[in-house]
Design a protein around this ligand. Structure first.
Ligand code: SER
Length: 591
């Protein structure tokens, strides 16, 4: 029975034997791409090389890349979902293409791993209006011995991969499946049958998707493949879940020790969440992130806190996250040496966050007790309202299960329906807030958005200085985290222009200009030269916001009082929004 560590070695050695250079996994945090929180695939750190830059290790590469996918974080707890996982991969950067890629995959699966042919099936791109079907891949698989009834031709949804995000390298792919149901496997491959589990994906990376949605040929034809290590290990071991493999064995054993229990027959969702989240958190801290309020630091915080809450549900009282992290560091430290180097930071950051959250939890406990005490003893049917239960969740991070348990101990019930209702309302509200387009006035009058709003004015002024007065606002959207500004300009901005714009905005912030607001007739406002939004319908009387000699705009506000309150302005992305319209996303950071 092959273990994950053996599998990793076997894969990399096989491709080394075939002329590939072994490269080290890149950090989980993408370099030079502030718009992406984590690396989600082996190819992500290789994008510049897939686009033609020369890789120092050559044109054939192989590695095992650390990945984090947070899209379905709430699904973790079931048998299959993971936040952190490892992806094995081999790449051809303008070297071999379809034929060799498929031959390598076939040889590795059948010879190296010894998987019988009758356990395998594949899919190939079936073609559509834009691209022909992948007859070559079909014939290759067939000539290697995969019978026709085990080759499915599927559409773009299944057999076209990438790009990550909106732009970048992508192409048609062929996917390999392994039969996990009772033997023998059905003669005919039914891709909809979940017992056929995808184990490997070979992408024939031929295109670069542009911001306007069109595909252009890459300067070279590449191969990008990806095999999830946890999944292949589980299926080859005949396990229904990767949580049942040795990958999680050590973590679970430590968890049992912490709880002082014997090894249970089956693991619960709570145990799986703790194992997954703390494994992910250890790796993320190992790559230099510490818990915080936005971006990757926030994801990290969520992972740790959720693990702690699940721990409480299991009855764990003392600090435990660092103990789990130590198991992770021991288990993975040889291959991922950064875990050893940063072992001290990993355990101390976890402990710090855990202590901090425990304090919040304790405050929540007090709040809970107050709710209980408010209900007179003579009330027969004692209930905690849905609103209060939700407040415990939202403010103090109490899982509803914990509230229910604690309530029961004091002969209270929790209005679960009311809780669901409150949660739904809250969700709808945040969704509505997110979707609300900012126009004239602001959806959210908080200080944060007011500052971002003021920054938007400074940005427009700076853009007009650097690019020319043809620049005009075409859209604006502000969230708690960032501003987004669309404006007319015919071409991509250069890095120098972006730098210059940032500098101008930060200079204006540095001058701590007063932001004044004057009400006047629309005509007068226009006469003073105040900028107006092209498509906006204004009332006869308008507000004009002025920031020193830098900016003067007709606008509903509200704004900060002085530009000095804004902090440090940073552009995180400049991209095409539509024809002739560019889009900038920017943030304000603490100075
Ligand atoms: N990029 C492809 C994937 O993530 C193959 O590595 O599946």
């Amino acid at each position: 029975m092959i273990t994950a560590a053996e599998m990793r070695r076997k894969y990399i050695d096989f491709f080394k034997k075939h002329g590939h250079a072994e490269i080290k996994s890149a950090s989980l945090i993408p370099e030079n791409d502030p718009t992406c929180l984590f690396n989600t695939a082996g190819m992500q750190p290789l994008v510049p090389y897939l686009q033609g830059a020369k890789h120092p290790a050559g044109r054939r590469l192989t590695d095992c890349q650390k990945c984090v996918r947070t899209g379905d974080i709430d699904e973790v707890g079931d048998a299959v979902h993971l936040t952190f996982f490892e992806m094995l991969g081999n790449w051809s950067l303008g070297d071999y293409f379809r034929k060799e890629a498929i031959e390598f995959s076939f040889e590795f699966l059948t010879n190296e791993l010894g998987i019988p042919l009758n356990m395998l099936a594949v899919t190939v791109f079936g073609g559509d209006a834009e691209a022909p079907w992948d007859e070559e891949a079909y014939k290759l698989w067939n000539s290697l011995g995969i019978p026709e009834e085990r080759i499915a031709k599927l559409g773009r949804k299944d057999n076209f991969w990438g790009p990550v995000g909106e732009t970048g390298p992508c192409g048609t792919d062929t996917e390999m499946f392994y039969w996990t149901g009772p033997k023998p496997a059905p003669q005919k491959f039914d891709p909809a049958d979940k017992r056929w589990v995808e184990i490997w994906n070979d992408v024939f990376m031929q295109f670069n998707r542009q911001a306007d949605g069109t595909y252009v040929e890459l300067s070279q034809r590449n191969v990008d493949t990806g095999m999830g290590l946890e999944r292949i290990t589980a299926v080859l071991q005949g396990k229904a879940s990767c949580y049942d493999t040795e990958i999680f064995g050590g973590i679970f054993a430590e968890l049992d020790k912490i709880r002082g229990i014997e090894t249970p027959a089956e693991r619960t969702a709570m145990e799986r969440i703790i194992a997954d989240h703390l494994r992910a958190a250890s790796f993320i801290i190992g790559d230099g992130v510490i818990p915080g309020r936005v971006g990757a630091p926030y994801v990290l915080r969520r992972l740790i806190r959720r693990a702690i809450r699940e721990g409480r549900k299991l009855g764990i009282q003392g600090l435990f996250t660092a103990r789990i992290a130590k198991v992770v560091i021991d288990q993975y430290g040889e291959f991922y040496s950064e875990l050893r180097t940063n072992a001290e930071t990993i355990t101390s950051e976890l402990e710090r966050e855990e202590k901090q959250f425990n304090t919040t939890l304790d405050h929540g406990m007090k709040e809970f007790q107050k709710m209980i005490d408010r209900v007179p003893a003579f009330v027969e049917h004692k209930v905690i309202s849905g609103k209060n239960a939700f407040n415990l969740y939202e403010t103090y991070g109490f899982p509803i299960e914990l509230t229910v348990e604690m309530a029961k101990e004091q002969n209270f019930e929790v209005d679960l329906k009311g809780y669901e209702e409150a949660a739904r309302k809250h969700q709808e509200m945040s969704r509505a807030q997110n979707e609300q387009k900012f126009k004239g006035g602001l959806a959210d009058h908080s200080e944060v958005t007011a500052r971002l709003h003021s920054a938007t004015h400074l940005l427009q002024a700076a853009l007009r200085k650097v690019l020319g007065t043809h620049v005009e606002q075409r859209g604006s959207n502000i969230t708690q985290e960032r501003l987004r500004f669309d404006f007319c300009h015919p071409e991509k901005m250069t890095p120098e222009q972006l730098q210059e714009v940032e500098k101008l905005v930060n200079d204006a912030i540095g001058r701590d200009l007063e932001i004044t607001c004057t009400e006047m007739a629309l005509e007068d406002a226009k006469a003073t030269g105040a900028m107006a939004v092209f498509s906006e319908k204004y009332n006869d009387r308008v507000k004009v916001y002025r920031m020193g000699d830098v900016s003067c705009e007709i606008c509903g506000g509200p704004h900060a009082n002085r530009t000095g309150e804004l902090g440090h302005f940073r552009i995180v992305k400049e991209e095409s929004s539509s024809r002739g319209i560019r889009r900038i996303k920017a943030v304000l950071e603490a100075k």
